[in-house]
Design a protein. Structure first.
Length: 404
């Protein structure tokens, strides 16, 4: 009798397996065991500031990319080939970044290089990547002029995070808040002492003046040896109503606002559009602190975020999901480029594919990330968030808005 019952249960299990297999869709949704990638890998060289001054911002970005690689390889890879990640810690050091780029190109023979570190590390990599014909993608860092329209360098790409565009969005947001109050406001722009941050905030200052805002100061925070309390005192002495910052979180974000609040300042603050903003703003619970982002926050229920959270539950990561979003999006972009390139795929062929690449981020960005031969940044859309005191959580305060 026991044997008969066992036989019945075995037959049921087999039947369920057959029905499950018949109902499975083709493509990435098939089980990892059935489609484990067996071909030679697409190689990605990713350098990030993992232990240097920007580690709190960019170590999670690399981790988000790593998580996407695990996710996509478990679903069969790309065109039957896995993605292989070769990572390096450049500590935001330009000479170290140059050496790592050389290794990626000559020894590792990667198809593409990605970078998340201070903008001073960009040019050495641009030069080597350009010479070798390898595409170079800058992630969650201010875009260099080499990616901007109308004449971007052929192999340099920088999806969305452009300092000029970001600061334009910030001052437009401030102008809208001032218009609601029906009175003029005084504004201070704060930069981090690296090229992309300085140029972006300078552009924001000019646009603020053109929009009729009164700019009372522009501050550049040194990379090391800065004093937030002194900076806060300076801002308050200028009578500022609003501050906008663009740079690392440590230099131009939450810690600066906390110094201002300790000295009694009650103005509005627009913080950098970095992944760290979500958890830090939730910790601070300051309803006059805003950030305008290119990507959703982790509580937004969109398909791309659901995929990220599923991967996080399955594979785990050092950082929580809200810190991984930019790296995950970079993974989506690399995978889309590899898929279009096919196999075999050379770095030169990949560069050609990326000239017209369009990436569906499944709702993580306000529109697909789309490059053209004359624009390697894409269409920046901004969604603004702040702490909602009544609901006791982060909330959207302005939906996707274009500045172009």
């Amino acid at each position: 009798m026991i044997r008969a019952r066992r036989l019945i249960w075995i037959m049921v299990a087999v039947l369920m397996g057959i029905l499950s297999a018949c109902g499975e869709e083709a493509g990435p949704s098939v089980t990892p065991q059935a489609t484990a990638p067996r071909g030679e890998p697409y190689k990605v060289g990713y350098m990030a500031d993992v232990t240097g001054p920007g580690a709190n911002t960019w170590a999670p970005t690399l981790e988000g990319f790593r998580l996407y690689v695990q996710y996509i390889n478990a679903r069969g890879g790309i065109n039957g080939h896995p993605i292989q990640l070769v990572s390096a810690d450049n500590r935001s050091d330009a000479s170290l970044a140059a050496a790592q780029a050389k290794k990626f190109i000559e020894s590792d023979r990667v198809h593409i290089i990605l970078q998340s570190s201070a903008s001073v590390t960009q040019q050495p990599v641009i030069e080597q990547a350009q010479s070798a014909g390898v595409p170079f993608v800058i992630v969650e860092v201010g875009c260099p002029s080499a990616a901007f329209p109308p004449n971007p360098q052929r192999n340099v790409f920088c999806p969305l995070l452009a300092p000029q565009y970001d600061n334009e969005a910030f001052v437009r947001f401030i102008k809208a808040q001032a218009d609601k109050l029906g009175r003029p406001v005084k504004v201070v722009g704060v930069a981090y002492d690296v090229p992309s941050s300085r140029s972006g905030v300078e552009y924001g200052i000019r646009r603020a003046q053109e929009l009729g805002l009164e700019v009372v100061d522009q501050i550049v925070v040194p990379v090391r040896g800065y004093d937030h309390n002194a900076i806060a005192s300076r801002i308050i002495s200028k009578g500022a109503d609003w501050v906008f910052g663009w740079g690392t979180w440590e230099h131009t974000g939450g810690p600066l606002l906390e110094a201002l609040r300790r000295q009694g300042w009650q103005g509005g603050f627009v913080a950098p559009p970095l992944s760290i903003a979500e958890s830090e703003m939730a910790r601070m619970k300051d309803d006059k602190m805003f950030t305008g982002r290119h990507v959703v926050m982790s509580f937004d229920d969109v398909p791309g975020m659901r995929d990220l959270k599923d991967a996080y539950q399955r594979f785990g990561a050092t950082f929580p999901p809200d810190r991984l979003i930019w790296g995950w999006v970079a993974g989506m972009m690399a995978a889309a480029a590899f898929e279009r390139c096919g196999w075999p795929c050379t770095p030169q062929q990949l560069t050609e594919v990326m000239q017209t690449l369009s990436v569906d981020t499944k709702g993580i960005t306000g529109a697909p990330i789309a490059f053209t031969p004359t624009d390697h940044v894409g269409q920046p859309l901004y969604r603004f968030y702040a702490w909602d005191r009544a609901q006791g959580r982060m909330a959207m305060v302005q939906d996707w808005t274009s500045i172009r």
